[in-house]
Design a protein around this ligand. Sequence first.
Ligand SMILES: NC(=O)C1=CN([C@@H]2O[C@H](COP(=O)(O)OP(=O)(O)OC[C@H]3O[C@@H](n4cnc5c(N)ncnc54)[C@H](O)[C@@H]3O)[C@@H](O)[C@H]2O)C=CC1
Ligand SMILES: O=C([O-])CC(=O)C(=O)O
Length: 262
Amino acid sequence: MKKLVIVGCGQLAGIVSDAIVSGILPDYDLVGVYSRTTAKAERLAGKMDQHGKVCKVCTSMEELLALKPDYLVEAASPAAMKEFALPALKNGTSVVTLSIGALADEKFREEVISTAKANNTRVHIVSGATGGFDVLRTAFLMGNATATFFNEKSPYALRGTPVYENSLLTEKKVVFTGNAKEAIDLFPTRVNVAVAASLASVGPEKMQFAMQSTPGFVGDTQRVEIKNDQVHAVVDVYSATPAIAGWSVVNTLLNITSPLVF
Ligand SMILES: NC(=O)C1=CN([C@@H]2O[C@H](COP(=O)(O)OP(=O)(O)OC[C@H]3O[C@@H](n4cnc5c(N)ncnc54)[C@H](O)[C@@H]3O)[C@@H](O)[C@H]2O)C=CC1
Ligand SMILES: O=C([O-])CC(=O)C(=O)O
């Protein structure tokens, strides 16, 4: 059995813990959880307890890592990923991350890579709200690739960001164009998906990114397009809710222990 812990006990973490309870991840014991709001970690651990599973509520990262987990699911935020990835990797704990935006910072990414190598650990980048990383990587490896990313969302999903204005409630507008690095700098918790697709292919600086706000739109469209001399591939995912990102963690955890790897 692999020892698993979760950092960040919100909506997506709940999908992972439900998968454990329902027996979809039989190779994992969820031994500990940690969240900034301890009540959320207690709620998640309480659910495990109801199903006869012992899961410790930790009040610090040190306490969580002292459980010597094999895998840590990061479902908190890119800021949390920046804070916790290196201590986890040094602890012998591999990281499965949703907050891939943290890795757009090249210096941090290089530190993560060297720390993982030195400690025989790995960072697993989940497909999140998109997918097709196999075809993106393959087309990139063939050479001469260019790639673009398009995200469509509701104006309500942009409240609290620098691009929000009331006119978005009635007018369709492309609110941002730039590269994936610039996008995550402007929307630090909302475009992890674009950074992930860029790391699988042309890199954060070379992935062209556009975000469109559409009145009345529900959910998200994430469309990645890659072209080289021979290949033109489009990965176009619409999702009514962010649940797909939580399920992509379940998929990655399954792949880690499966004899057949996708
Ligand atoms: N790769 C992808 O396609 C996607 C990635 N995400 C990422 O997944 C993360 C989790 O998403 P949700 O579950 O919807 O968010 P949420 O807001 O429901 O849950 C996040 C939880 O983490 C906790 N948290 C935040 N910072 C923390 C810290 N430094 N230490 C400990 N706990 C901390 C919060 O208190 C909260 O309980 C998001 O922040 C985002 O970065 C979300 C959607 C798609
Ligand atoms: O727009 C979305 O739903 C994807 C998202 O939150 C992210 O990539 O962080």
